[in-house]
Design a protein around this ligand. Structure first.
Ligand SMILES: C[S@@+](CC[C@H](N)C(=O)[O-])C[C@H]1O[C@@H](n2cnc3c(N)ncnc32)[C@H](O)[C@@H]1O
Length: 160
């Protein structure tokens, strides 16, 4: 069933597929009741398989840049943990913070991001089993990834 409506400002609202809305709402309910999925690679691969748009969890570079710009330099070596399909690394790159390595447990999103941003570094890697040498980075940015891992409810989290 399709529905259409007029926005408050008088512009036409795009047709919204009611079934899609119901499915999305069911998925959101499922996720809020079963957040353990957030800790699983399979969950994220499935989710990223079905989306080609970008999304920034919690906050984006426009909101966060005022906190980062005073402490970063163009030489800063930055690790973006669990980058997902966030645009923040590209926005940082465009702001002259180019020394960023992005990792994510989902090979699907890493492939997509490599294709979208060929100038940036994307590596498929589990944040709990990283293979970087000690002291490789000056800054580590985590936006939502530790939260996702902790959703797994592991009584013995794989980090200190
Ligand atoms: C809530 S999303 C946040 C994505 C992005 N940081 C942002 O701010 O939009 C969590 C991300 O963490 C990734 N992730 C989950 N567990 C991970 C792990 N053990 N190692 C690396 N990435 C992981 C997921 O694939 C997903 O992209």
């Amino acid at each position: 069933m399709e529905s259409s409506s007029i926005n408050e400002d008088g512009t036409a609202n795009n047709n919204i597929n009611e079934n899609q809305k119901i499915k999305q709402s069911q998925e959101e309910n499922f996720e809020s009741l079963n957040p353990q999925g957030y800790a699983k690679k399979e969950y994220w691969n499935e989710r990223f398989e079905h989306t080609d748009s970008n999304f920034d969890w919690y906050a984006d570079w426009d909101q966060l840049s005022k906190y980062f710009i005073p402490i970063l330099t163009p030489d800063s070596k930055i690790l973006m943990v669990g980058c997902g399909n966030s645009q923040m690394s590209n926005q940082m790159y465009l702001s002259n913070f180019k020394n960023i390595i992005n990792i994510d447990i989902s090979g699907i999103v890493i492939s997509k991001m490599k294709e979208q941003y060929p100038n940036l570094n994307y590596i498929e890697m589990d944040a709990t089993k990283m293979t970087f040498p000690n002291n490789k980075f000056d800054f580590v940015i985590d936006k939502g990834t530790l939260d996702a891992i902790m959703c797994g409810g592991d009584p013995n989290p794989p980090f200190e």
